[in-house]
Write a protein that binds this ligand. Structure first.
Ligand code: 6R9
Length: 654
């Protein structure tokens, strides 16, 4: 049965309740039952507990300004994120503690102590300055999971230059679009990297992107990962040479206003193009530090491994900023989970004595398919807490994770959040709450979130509705701080929500139970979540529509055993083109425009797409066909005869 179906049924039926192990609670960072109540009565001052864990150059005056937008968290405060992640740990007796542990794809590994990381970040910050990077200039980072990526992020943060990390697997077009949109004139990339043992030439992709840009790139820095001595043109610099030229340099951390931009990151929405979400320095850092402490239960002595890619928000918040702000050891893994063997992940946890492991449901389902014999080959007793993020986790996968990886002695936190929220907002607090497999939990202390119906009224237990955030939160993006109407435009477009004082609509639906636990049901907009990565259907459709021989295309989500959702493309061909040939061209076009990760799982050729009388493609119907579901009301359909053809075409694909 596809994960999704099991998911819906069992996640919504009254499930099991599992109390957190006493051994965990006794040592948990947060274990007072009163924490929810305290945060509620003290709101917004409760967030000082997060803010006061940061070092401020200038203390903030208020936790949150006034009651009206624009909201400013930690108003009046000035701080530097790099200082908070590095400098302050040097004096705290941690300078020789490992900050970053890297496990490379070819079996190599590298460790940086806090002092070593501090030195390299300073040298690279000095180099960026010399290349002309000034405060507020956007620096694009286009690198795989190598230490130079977090080093470059921290170097940017040090000089107050927001970074824009672009996932290394994205294509040249996707990189160019993001650099154009942010006006970024600086690029840090690498010669290439290995994927499944074969080199990928990243620099070539970067070169192609620069040709397509509407503006010049002032400087490109190239990290040597493959060791091929890539020839460098004018305005191109070798990372290694730059470091050598700035050996021993120190750069004063630039104090930033709490609501100055720390970084921007692009994410897919309902429009054809991804949008840049800009995060603040003070609010964001406080939010990810606090949730790393309270939800992931990270301690400075720990080794923490978040297996996400830094190219997504999860990697920003829970590989780089949260764990380093707490002074812990954070692990970075470049390789694949099944190389050289399917026990790779467990071997890494065993060898590095990992305390906290944070991954995605899609990975857990894959491990489950491979079988428990792989984790059983290793000692996983160092683990204390397990986490998941990115998509709903079905109870079967949850229980497998709890039993075979956590030995029923590690709590599992199912954390719901988004690029826009910056950090976790719905989850259990593992030292306080009971767990319910398949349900994420309640809004975290200090977070206002509700599940409401189309009129904006909270739904009854057991009913589904829209997940809205009803109070500002520290990790909220800058757009909300600046534009008074940003959150208005994100409200469900149903009139009665106007009665809300404040609401941010997440575009997710959820159900809520008698204990207030949220069970997430999926997106309600045209965004597909493939293995925890967001894609707009329009982005993929426009790549397909550009292929010669394609008359029309519609993209929807369909079932996928491991990825949760897969990309299903319905394509109408123009006369005289062969479907077999088009299939390859479609895959190539998507790989070129977006990247391999968005290539469809199924391409269904059809003479026509189902359309309403007003000519709109009925995507809902295409989704039902992909899932083999009842088709429901088709009275709005102009061409009902197409439905039978679609159903048999989908069967042919499966
Ligand atoms: C952090 C991240 C956000 C979308 C979000 C939702 C889905 C994330 C989830 C989850 C169910 C969870 N999502 N965590 N769904 N349970 N624990 O993934 O950010 O890439 O912006 O995606 O992911 O649909 O709206 P982002």
């Amino acid at each position: 049965m596809p994960a999704d179906d099991e998911d819906m049924e069992t996640r919504l039926s009254a499930g099991e309740v599992i109390e957190p192990p006493t051994s965990f609670v006794e040592q948990a960072n947060v274990s007072q039952q009163t924490v929810y109540e305290e945060f509620a009565t003290e709101w917004p001052e409760c967030w000082a507990r997060a803010g006061d864990r940061l070092d401020w150059e200038t203390e903030y005056e208020r936790v949150l300004n006034g009651g009206d937008p624009p909201y400013r968290w930690f108003e009046g405060g000035r701080l530097n994120a790099c200082y908070n992640c590095l400098d302050r740990h040097l004096g705290a007796g941690r300078k020789n503690k490992v900050a970053l542990k890297w496990e490379g794809r070819l079996g190599e590994s590298r460790s940086y102590t806090y002092l070593e990381l501090y030195r390299e970040v300073n040298e690279f910050a000095a180099a960026l300055r010399e290349l002309g990077v000034e405060e507020d200039d956007v620096v694009t980072l286009y690198m795989p999971m190598i230490p130079e990526l977090p080093i470059a992020m921290l170097a940017c943060a040090r000089i107050g230059a927001p970074h824009s990390v672009v996932f290394a697997g994205f294509a040249a077009d996707a990189l160019a679009m993001r650099m154009d949109s942010s006006g970024s004139q600086y690029l840090v990339t690498c010669d290439g990297y290995y994927r499944r043992g074969a080199p990928v030439h990243q620099k070539n992709k970067a070169d192609n992107a620069r040709i397509k840009l509407n503006h010049d790139v002032d400087a490109t820095v190239v990290v040597d990962r493959l060791g091929d001595d890539t020839p460098l043109d004018a305005n191109e610099y070798s990372y290694r040479d730059l470091l050598a030229a700035h050996r021993g340099a120190e750069v004063d951390p630039v104090p930033r206003d709490a609501d100055d931009m720390l970084f921007l990151i692009y994410t897919s929405g309902t429009t054809g193009e991804p949008t840049g979400v800009r995060h603040t320095t003070g609010g964001y850092l406080a939010h990810v530090l606090w949730t790393s402490h309270a939800v992931l239960d990270i301690k400075p002595e720990d080794t923490h491994w978040c297996s996400a890619d830094i190219g997504w928000i999860t990697g920003h918040s829970y590989i780089v900023y949260g764990p380093l702000a707490l002074g812990t050891t954070t692990m970075l893994y470049e390789g694949a989970p099944d190389h050289p063997e399917k026990d790779r992940v467990w071997e890494l946890i065993d060898r590095n004595a990992v305390d906290v492991f944070y991954t995605a449901p899609t990975a857990i389902r894959t491990f489950m398919k491979w079988g428990e014999e792989y984790p059983q080959q290793h000692d996983l007793s160092s683990l204390r807490l397990l986490g998941t993020v990115g998509e709903p986790i079905n109870p079967r996968a949850w229980k497998w994770y709890y039993k075979h990886i956590g030995n029923e002695s590690c709590p599992v936190v199912d954390t719901w959040w988004q690029t826009e929220t910056g950090g976790m907002v719905v989850s259990t607090v593992p030292g306080v709450d009971a767990m319910k497999p398949g349900s994420a939990g309640r809004p975290l202390p200090g977070i206002g979130a509700e599940v409401v119906d189309g009129q904006g009224n909270p739904v009854e237990p057991g009913e589904a509705g829209y997940l809205v955030l009803t109070k500002p939160w520290p990790g909220m993006p800058l757009a909300m701080v600046e534009a008074e109407d940003w959150f208005d435009s994100r409200r469900p477009s149903r009139p009665a929500l106007d009665d809300f004082d404040w609401a941010y609509f997440s575009e997710d639906s959820a159900a809520v139970d008698e204990d207030g636990y949220f069970t997430l049901l999926g997106r309600v907009d045209d965004v597909i979540n493939v293995a925890g990565h967001r894609f707009g259907t329009m982005e993929i459709e426009s790549a397909i529509a550009n292929v010669e021989g394609v008359a029309e295309a519609a993209v929807v989500s369909g079932p996928h055993d491991l990825k949760g959702q897969g990309v299903y493309a319905y394509v109408c061909t123009a006369d005289g083109y062969s479907e077999a040939e088009l299939r390859d061209h479609i895959d190539d076009a998507i790989e070129t425009a977006i990247g391999r990760i968005a290539v469809p799982d199924a391409v269904v050729f059809t003479p026509d797409l189902p359309k309403t009388r007003s000519g709109k493609i009925m995507r809902r119907l295409l989704e039902s066909v992909a899932r083999g579901e009842e088709l429901g009301d088709m009275s709005a359909l102009r061409n009902p005869e197409v439905v039978g053809e679609l159903e048999s075409a989908v069967e042919g694909e499966n």
